[in-house]
Write a protein that binds this ligand. Sequence first.
Ligand code: GDP
Ligand code: MN
Length: 349
Amino acid sequence: NDHREVVDPNTGLKYSYVDSGKYNGSKVKATFVTLARNSDITELLDSIRSVEDRFNKKFQYDWVFLNDEEFTNDFKNTVASMISGNVKFGLIPAEHWSYPEWIDQDRAAQVRADMRAKKIIYGHSESYRHMCRFESGFFYRHKLMDEYEYYWRVEPGVKIYCDIDYDIFKFMKDNDKKYGFTISLREYEATIETLWKSVHEFNKENPQYLHKNNMMKFISDDKGESYNLCHFWSNFEVASLDLWRSEAYSKFFDHLDHAGGFFYERWGDAPVHSIAAALFLDKKQIHHFNDVGYYHVPFHSCPVSNEFRQKHKCVCSPGDDFTWKSYSCTTQFYNVNNLKKPDDWQNFT
Ligand code: GDP
Ligand code: MN
């Protein structure tokens, strides 16, 4: 049976490939994780089908589903029938999806009304704020996640465009990667007006958590004075749970949570995770998956090399690729880390 361990001579990164059939190499403690509502079922089936066909049928990793309400039997039976690994369903404890006692709920309601009038995306939504706070500070504390070291976050309505022929989780572990992304972009400033101020306060009080080889240059163009709004798009994340379980991140999240911006503004989990990863990790531990074709409305990531797309049976168009466009931050990521861009990347800007 086949699996091959290969070191890429250009990057020094190690991969465990499976050419056909099922992977029989060693695996890591890892799971897919999906937060969803019962009503997300149809869009979710698309995501699962695509992840299973392109990756998981070869590897059979587990899949954890979390919800702030009980999943229906119909939801559970339908998704379980499509997944090759073990499937688990968890109810989110109320204290992970509610207002902390220090939040003034009238003020929060006023903010939602103001943001509705200003037509700020999801600005009116209370549940969206609980979702962002949960994804920022709680999903990794759910008891179903305890046994895992790495996770891959999957949302309803996403697509994987190309075959993935190596164990992504093992790749993370073997190469000491802690955070992996496909798409990066700039945040809507109106949703995070005081986020950087809170980050700044935290860094001043806790300079010991800043990694000496951090990636501040990715998130700030003026040495940390201001936030340039760059973040990894967290609807796709392959990451180490230890990153979020760390003392640095626990205190960081508590600091942000007390500042109140999840409710008094509309802080997203994407900038929160991204800022933490950029500051607390060695920049070598953050990885761009340039080989995972991916879609979440409205952005596509499509490998621009024709040879790569044919070999991996991609079903996307490189003309739609967002990676090298100006609103993306991925060019900056490559520059900051001195990484080699694809040969003809400039044809796709
Ligand atoms: P967007 O990607 O920012 O447009 O937000 P989504 O609507 O995709 O929500 C992000 C993730 O959180 C998805 O996996 C949703 O299924 C999930 N989600 C959003 N709101 C809720 C909610 O109120 N309850 C539950 N259980 N999941 C939610
Ligand atoms: Mn989404």
